[in-house]
Design a protein around this ligand. Structure first.
Ligand SMILES: C[S@@+](CC[C@H](N)C(=O)[O-])C[C@H]1O[C@@H](n2cnc3c(N)ncnc32)[C@H](O)[C@@H]1O
Length: 202
């Protein structure tokens, strides 16, 4: 996986770099991601929340963000001051979530799943803290059927952007992975061809 030191180093520039590498598309995608939100008073969790791209924009009474990198959480706090409000932040690992079983109704996991070679185990831990019937929304890189896009991904993205830490899946791959962790995949859209927006139910 991408070493935490990498995020510690780039935390201050993360928002700018993400905007740059995604050619400004994350704003549009964020609206689509947040379209899954259902306001029902239940707790929402953003795992690998980083600078708060999602968690600081979910309109729910209690949103919790967890991340391993303190500098990323500092950048998140900085963003919270700027927008006025945001998620309750916790410094910790998603491999060992500091929450009760069946605590969250909605979990967001954005731009981070590709960093975990052991994603199946990570998803099992995520499922542990989710309520039955709860929804997991994942947004990440995607292994596209298109050969040219695939070449672009396994060259430019793999070496330059992701520093050789990139484990990505096809539609079938996502389906299998989620199923093995106990989820049921409900939908997978591929915004801009290179990314997958996945919704799964516990
Ligand atoms: C590419 S950033 C994504 C941030 C945010 N979700 C977004 O959409 O912009 C990946 C984040 O995962 C965090 N991370 C990596 N490994 C982690 C772990 N084991 N537990 C919690 N956070 C982790 C990093 O510190 C970093 O903030």
């Amino acid at each position: 996986m991408t070493p935490p030191a990498f995020f510690n180093k780039i935390a201050k520039y993360y928002d700018f770099l993400t905007h740059f590498y995604m050619l400004g598309s994350y704003e549009t995608v964020r609206r689509r991601i947040l379209g899954f939100h259902q306001e029902d008073g239940q707790e929402v969790l953003d795992i690998c929340c980083g600078t708060g791209y999602i968690s600081n924009h979910v309109t729910s009474e209690r949103v919790v963000g967890i991340d391993l990198s303190m500098p990323m959480l500092h950048a998140n706090q900085h963003n919270q001051k700027r927008i006025g409000g945001g998620a309750f932040l916790i410094n910790g690992s998603i491999r060992n979530l500091p929450f009760h079983d069946r605590q969250f109704k909605e979990v967001y996991f954005t731009l981070a799943a590709h960093e975990f070679p052991d994603l199946s185990e990570v998803l099992e831990e995520v499922r542990r803290v989710m309520l039955p019937g709860g929804r997991l929304i994942i947004y990440d890189l995607y292994e596209p059927p298109n050969r040219l896009l695939k070449l672009f991904l396994y060259t430019f993205y793999y070496y330059i952007v992701e520093q050789k830490c990139m484990w990505i899946y096809t539609r079938e791959g996502w389906n299998k992975l989620l199923k093995s962790a106990g989820f049921r995949m409900q939908s997978l859209d591929a915004p801009f061809g290179l990314s997958a927006l996945v919704s799964a139910v516990n």
